[in-house]
Design a protein around this ligand. Sequence first.
Ligand code: F3S
Length: 291
Amino acid sequence: MKSAGRAVMMRHMELIIADPTGLCFGVKRAIENLEQALERYRHVYSFGSPIHNPQEVERLCRKGLVVVHSPEEIPVGSVSFVRAHGVSPRTMEALHEIRSRVIDGTCPFVRTAQERARALAQEGYQVVILGDENHPEVRGIVGYVESDRPPIVLSNPDDLDPRRRFDRCGVLSQTTQRESVLEELVKRLVSVSLELKVYNTICKATIARQESIVRLVPKVDGIIVIGGRNSANTGKMVEIARAAGVETQWIEHSGELDGGWLENKRSIGVAAGGSTPDWLIKELTEKLRTL
Ligand code: F3S
């Protein structure tokens, strides 16, 4: 059985660091690509925030990263960066049209979800995506569905219209969703579809981080989750901890730590989302050790 994490004894309480925690493979790879590009070129333009962690983005901006919100803001002939969440084929085309040198940081697992969506649409399935329709990863995946039947995006199985019936239905998920929610959606789709194809595109790194929270819960009096408030996977970790009934603080950096909240707690768990860099986790654990 996997342990709950690494335990560190402090003066008044025990600190358990979730395992695994922090940067996932895809975000780590994207940051490495971006740092190499920043060393080589003076400025790199990222369409949207490259990592859902404001402090890490700030650090990269100091090195020359420029975050823009539409391809039109990227100067012709410059270097652009596609973040781990990926983009739609149309956005990728727009980046090439401005003769930008494109550094593609799309996570290979997101790429799989994009390709699955494209293939399902080509094979004539009604595509159903479990995810947040406003999340950039989901917007990118939606762009891969080239069909006269627009994809159905649901963040909650309860939102499935009970009157809908499908001949051929294909379902996949945003990489950071919870497996139990995908299972529930599939359960409902089975009864309204003649044929159902399911791709579990939830990333294993996401599942591992969510499971690390589940293992922490019975061992601690409170959990601190550190990660960007715009990070979907961090949000899901907070949701799991709170649903399990453990007191949980969601902070972006150690400066937000509420010392009063630690009082009367003998054991504290620390977990970080897949887009939280090591330096932010280290700052937090060092601060906790001095309390
Ligand atoms: Fe990729 Fe999974 Fe991270 S999809 S970006 S490795 S959470």
